[in-house]
Ligand binder design. Structure first.
Ligand code: 5RP
Length: 245
């Protein structure tokens, strides 16, 4: 076993992410550090002969490139009807399995692949657990250039303090779809701010964002997770699992 193969085999979070993957499955590959660990574990399992005839769709160009480099067969999402299992990371989660995603700007593709997936697994560090969603992470919104002016002014009016996502040269970051990202503050909690006309809980906020033209999609993932696997500081795992009604 090479050193990197040993490391991958010892990576409990990554191994847990791929545990439910069987031969011939279509796998959704998430974006970010946690997803990258799972992509490496998947490639390792394929290389070692533990999984055969695996195909994958990727939630970002970066994950597609990495997966192909590692020998995973990546196909186009536009030609794909369903995905057997998606693994991905998240930026924040709460006890109700609601999440904020899009730290890597890939939330639109991540949501599309989650929508296509029969089962979704999210991989997070325990430090990402939030008492209230939005405590330490803004909600990213992917917007069409055409709608930038009207959406910015509407977000300001709603007290959401929109901030254009910039790179280290202060240039606007473009998503893989060619659009801009505005990072928004989470609105005040209506339970604790009954007099605040702009207060919204995450579901109300999602509903509001979903009605605004020019938003391609956003980073509120409130129902998408079937399972969240949480890694603590020692590498030990715990899980939140959605009860199916
Ligand atoms: C990218 C994402 C990522 O999944 C999220 O940012 C978590 O990344 P990491 O595992 O690197 O902390 O939503 O758009």
């Amino acid at each position: 076993m090479s050193e990197s193969t040993t490391d991958v085999a010892r990576d409990q979070l990554a191994q847990a992410a791929i545990a439910g993957i069987n031969h011939r499955m279509m796998v959704g590959l998430g974006t970010g550090r946690a997803a990258t660990r799972a992509i490496r574990a998947l490639a390792d399992r394929i290389r070692n002969g533990g999984l055969a005839h695996i195909k994958a769709v990727a939630t970002s160009n970066a994950s597609a490139d990495l997966a192909r480099e590692l020998g995973i067969e990546v196909v186009e999402m536009r030609d794909t009807l369903t995905v057997d299992v998606l693994f991905d990371g998240a930026d924040e989660f709460d006890d109700e399995m609601r999440m904020i995603k899009g730290g890597g700007g890939a939330m639109t593709r991540e949501k599309i692949v989650a929508y296509a997936a029969r089962r979704t697994v999210y991989l997070v560090q325990h430090t990402k657990r939030a008492e209230r969603l939005g405590d330490s992470f803004r909600v990213p919104v992917e917007v069409l250039d055409f709608a930038l002016g009207v959406l910015t002014s509407r977000f300001e009016w709603l007290g959401l303090d929109p901030r254009m996502r910039l790179d280290d040269k202060a240039q606007p970051i473009r998503t893989d779809n060619g659009n801009l990202i505005l990072d928004l503050a989470m609105p005040a909690d209506p339970d604790t701010n009954p007099g605040d006309r702009n207060a919204m809980d995450p579901e109300m906020f999602r509903a509001a964002l979903n009605t605004m033209p020019g938003i391609v999609d956003h980073g509120l993932f409130l129902d998408e997770a079937d399972e969240i696997i949480i890694e603590d500081e020692n590498g030990d795992l715990s899980r939140l699992v959605r009860q199916k009604s």
